[in-house]
Ligand binder design. Sequence first.
Ligand SMILES: C[S@@+](CC[C@H](N)C(=O)[O-])C[C@H]1O[C@@H](n2cnc3c(N)ncnc32)[C@H](O)[C@@H]1O
Length: 211
Amino acid sequence: MAETGDGPQRGFFDIWSRVYDLAPVQAAIYHPVHDAVLGELRHRPARRILDVGCGTGDLTDRLRRELQPEVVAGCDFSAGMLEQASARTRAVRWLQGDATALPFADGHFDAVTSTESFHWFPDPDAALREFHRVLGTGGRLLVALVNVRVPATSQLAHAGSKAIGQPARWPTRAEMAGRVRAAGFTVERQNRILRLGGILIPTVLTVGVKS
Ligand SMILES: C[S@@+](CC[C@H](N)C(=O)[O-])C[C@H]1O[C@@H](n2cnc3c(N)ncnc32)[C@H](O)[C@@H]1O
């Protein structure tokens, strides 16, 4: 079913889910980002982790296998992505839901991760408020995506993606930090992630803490 207006269309992701897990796609694009998130959580463990915009669940399942927390949940609005995710494992709690209205109680998690998804969320500030709501005090937010270098690139990319019917917003690093702070987090750090094409278009992991 398609979202209307400025929102991404779920059908696009349902189709994408069919090629998403191809090894070269994962190795070049997604694994360096997942490794960065796993590294952070190894350093500061969490017991209850929610992965938002989990896609086919590659990171979500690695969170479970490699960190062995008490609870791992994966949430995505695409039925196609979740179908692939639940075929991967039943040990994760998979839930269909929108990042801007998460189907979880207040304070339920102590870490929220979101990799390569945030730029698709139709209302990024509403999503950040939801991440804040579902985290307990001291809970950590780890959100990784391309952070463009200058606001003009961000505006151009948004206009271009909107024109082709799949609107996305890639913020600058400073804008991302500002949005995370405005949602009530302290920004602990922003780490650059090295991956293919990363010099031209940097990917950044922003870590926020709910105080
Ligand atoms: C590029 S994939 C990233 C998947 C995964 N996080 C990873 O790193 O491999 C982006 C995901 O965001 C999901 N998504 C986009 N908009 C969403 C929304 N508003 N709420 C929940 N999920 C959304 C898509 O369905 C898709 O699975």
